[in-house]
Design a protein around this ligand. Structure first.
Ligand SMILES: Nc1nc2c(ncn2[C@@H]2O[C@H](COP(=O)(O)OP(=O)(O)OP(=O)(O)O)[C@@H](O)[C@H]2O)c(=O)[nH]1
Ligand SMILES: [Mg+2]
Length: 213
């Protein structure tokens, strides 16, 4: 082996080591309750790792503790981007146990769920300040995006200088209005998708690689 080959080998060992040592980016999935955050987290995890993150439900505040799926390797244009996805509880200004009573949940259980949901929101906010490298902000495109919670959260994300992708979910439903979301947050890119049906996931993965790679 020539000197040049040896040198090339050494350089590639060093660069391999550098890349292997690179920590996966921690991406938080944030947004209001019922937007489809867990449905999206599960779809990403199933597409790239084969298993899911957590249960999805039409009852709001189904996710009451953040759940993490580590080392999700997403391949785009011959490049692999490794992320840890963190599915967080939906953020609201108020968690009311009476909301759960409408879903046939006993009062004791409803009170427990609302307490857990409140703690989960506090935890998710703490992570947003301390522990995420990027944010996927999920909105239900059939509902009004101009809410205090959305404005406040996007403001916090911007003040932390975190890269953020806004996803306009549930485009399979009648009454979907992606433009309204794009207009609400013109400083960011809005990507339409249906996490449930798997529509437009190719673009979502391309943007994840572009923003968080
Ligand atoms: N039609 C439609 N329904 C969706 C879509 N994504 C999620 N859903 C439904 O919306 C409901 C809420 O979904 P989740 O994924 O549990 O929502 P979440 O944002 O995790 O909710 P919390 O954990 O309560 O904050 C469930 O009934 C899902 O099946 C979508 O793209 N289209
Ligand atoms: Mg959830």
């Amino acid at each position: 082996m020539g000197l040049l080959t040896n040198l090339k080998d050494s350089i590639s060992r060093v660069t391999d080591g550098l890349f292997a040592a690179e920590e996966p980016k921690r991406i938080g999935i944030y947004g209001p309750p019922n937007a489809g955050k867990t449905t999206l987290a599960n779809r990403i995890a199933r597409d790239w790792t084969g298993d899911a993150v957590g249960p999805e439900s039409h009852i709001p505040h189904e996710t009451r503790r953040a759940r993490r799926k580590e080392n999700v390797e997403i391949e785009r244009n011959g490049r692999t981007v490794t992320i840890d996805i963190v599915d967080t509880p939906g953020v609201t200004t108020k968690v009311d146990y009476k909301e759960f009573l409408d879903h046939d949940i006993e009062k004791e259980d409803a009170v427990r769920r609302s307490r857990e949901a409140t703690e989960g929101v506090a935890e998710a906010m703490h992570w947003l300040r301390e522990d995420v490298d990027g944010v996927i902000y999920v909105l239900d495109s059939t509902t009004d995006p101009f809410t205090q919670v959305n404005t406040m959260l996007i403001g916090i994300i911007e003040s932390q200088d975190l890269p953020v992708l806004i996803l306009a979910n549930k485009t399979d439903l009648p009454g979907t209005d992606v433009k309204q979301i794009a207009n609400a947050f013109p400083q960011h890119e809005t990507i339409p998708l249906s996490a449930l049906e798997g529509e437009n996931m190719d673009e979502v993965y391309t943007k994840i690689a572009e923003y968080f790679g």
